[in-house]
Design a protein. Structure first.
Length: 118
Protein backbone atom coordinates (compact mmCIF):
# COMPACT_ATOMS: atom_id res chain seq x y z
CA UNK A 1 0.00 0.00 0.00
CA UNK A 2 1.17 3.54 -0.72
CA UNK A 3 0.39 6.36 1.69
CA UNK A 4 0.19 10.08 0.94
CA UNK A 5 -0.07 12.47 3.88
CA UNK A 6 -1.28 16.04 3.48
CA UNK A 7 -2.79 18.92 5.41
CA UNK A 8 0.21 20.23 7.29
CA UNK A 9 1.04 23.89 7.54
CA UNK A 10 1.77 26.84 9.80
CA UNK A 11 -0.72 27.65 12.54
CA UNK A 12 -0.72 29.76 15.67
CA UNK A 13 -0.81 28.19 19.09
CA UNK A 14 -4.37 27.30 20.01
CA UNK A 15 -5.32 26.73 16.40
CA UNK A 16 -6.38 23.60 14.55
CA UNK A 17 -5.30 21.53 11.59
CA UNK A 18 -6.62 18.36 10.01
CA UNK A 19 -4.17 15.95 8.48
CA UNK A 20 -5.24 13.43 5.87
CA UNK A 21 -3.55 10.26 4.70
CA UNK A 22 -4.78 8.73 1.46
CA UNK A 23 -3.95 5.10 0.79
CA UNK A 24 -3.77 3.30 -2.50
CA UNK A 25 -4.99 -0.22 -3.00
CA UNK A 26 -8.22 -2.05 -2.29
CA UNK A 27 -7.28 -3.52 1.08
CA UNK A 28 -7.16 -0.32 3.13
CA UNK A 29 -9.89 -1.53 5.46
CA UNK A 30 -7.73 -4.47 6.53
CA UNK A 31 -4.99 -2.22 7.95
CA UNK A 32 -4.74 -0.59 11.31
CA UNK A 33 -3.50 2.95 10.80
CA UNK A 34 -1.31 5.21 12.86
CA UNK A 35 0.11 8.70 13.02
CA UNK A 36 3.62 9.42 14.22
CA UNK A 37 5.68 12.58 14.42
CA UNK A 38 9.30 13.57 14.52
CA UNK A 39 10.55 16.91 15.76
CA UNK A 40 14.02 18.24 14.85
CA UNK A 41 16.69 16.49 16.87
CA UNK A 42 14.21 14.06 18.41
CA UNK A 43 13.21 10.48 17.77
CA UNK A 44 10.01 9.63 16.01
CA UNK A 45 7.15 9.18 18.44
CA UNK A 46 3.72 7.63 18.38
CA UNK A 47 0.78 10.03 18.21
CA UNK A 48 -2.40 8.03 17.57
CA UNK A 49 -3.69 4.80 16.06
CA UNK A 50 -7.00 3.39 14.91
CA UNK A 51 -8.13 -0.18 14.35
CA UNK A 52 -9.15 -1.48 10.92
CA UNK A 53 -12.83 -0.93 11.63
CA UNK A 54 -12.36 2.37 13.40
CA UNK A 55 -13.89 0.92 16.53
CA UNK A 56 -10.79 1.35 18.66
CA UNK A 57 -8.51 4.35 18.96
CA UNK A 58 -5.30 4.95 20.87
CA UNK A 59 -3.48 8.16 21.75
CA UNK A 60 -0.24 9.33 23.22
CA UNK A 61 -0.77 11.04 26.55
CA UNK A 62 0.64 14.27 25.13
CA UNK A 63 -2.20 14.61 22.60
CA UNK A 64 -5.10 12.94 24.41
CA UNK A 65 -8.11 15.20 24.51
CA UNK A 66 -6.74 17.46 21.77
CA UNK A 67 -6.24 15.16 18.77
CA UNK A 68 -8.76 12.81 17.19
CA UNK A 69 -7.96 10.04 14.75
CA UNK A 70 -10.63 8.75 12.40
CA UNK A 71 -10.91 6.86 9.14
CA UNK A 72 -13.18 6.58 6.15
CA UNK A 73 -12.68 3.16 4.60
CA UNK A 74 -14.84 4.08 1.62
CA UNK A 75 -12.37 6.85 0.80
CA UNK A 76 -9.23 4.92 1.80
CA UNK A 77 -8.32 7.80 4.07
CA UNK A 78 -7.32 8.28 7.69
CA UNK A 79 -7.50 11.66 9.40
CA UNK A 80 -5.91 13.36 12.35
CA UNK A 81 -7.87 16.31 13.69
CA UNK A 82 -5.55 18.43 15.80
CA UNK A 83 -7.05 21.06 18.09
CA UNK A 84 -5.55 23.35 20.72
CA UNK A 85 -2.18 23.06 19.05
CA UNK A 86 0.94 23.89 21.02
CA UNK A 87 4.43 24.87 19.83
CA UNK A 88 5.67 21.49 21.07
CA UNK A 89 3.40 19.81 18.49
CA UNK A 90 5.72 21.14 15.78
CA UNK A 91 7.06 18.17 13.83
CA UNK A 92 6.89 16.23 10.62
CA UNK A 93 3.83 14.00 10.87
CA UNK A 94 3.80 10.57 9.24
CA UNK A 95 0.99 8.15 8.64
CA UNK A 96 1.60 4.41 8.68
CA UNK A 97 -0.27 1.18 8.01
CA UNK A 98 -0.05 -2.00 10.05
CA UNK A 99 -1.07 -5.46 8.88
CA UNK A 100 -0.87 -7.32 12.18
CA UNK A 101 -0.72 -4.97 15.16
CA UNK A 102 -0.84 -1.29 16.03
CA UNK A 103 2.60 -1.79 17.57
CA UNK A 104 4.30 -2.73 14.27
CA UNK A 105 3.88 -0.73 11.08
CA UNK A 106 4.67 -2.07 7.64
CA UNK A 107 4.10 0.93 5.37
CA UNK A 108 4.92 4.60 5.83
CA UNK A 109 3.93 7.80 4.10
CA UNK A 110 6.29 10.64 3.23
CA UNK A 111 5.37 13.03 6.04
CA UNK A 112 3.78 16.47 6.25
CA UNK A 113 5.22 19.41 8.19
CA UNK A 114 3.22 20.95 11.01
CA UNK A 115 4.58 24.16 12.53
CA UNK A 116 2.90 25.80 15.50
CA UNK A 117 4.00 29.33 16.31
CA UNK A 118 3.78 30.80 19.79
Amino acid sequence: VQLQASGGGLVQAGGSLRLSCAASGRTFSSYAMGWFRQAPGKEREFVAAISWSGGSTYYADSVKGRFTISRDNAKNTVYLQMNSLKPEDTAVYYCAAATESIYEYDYWGQGTQVTVSS
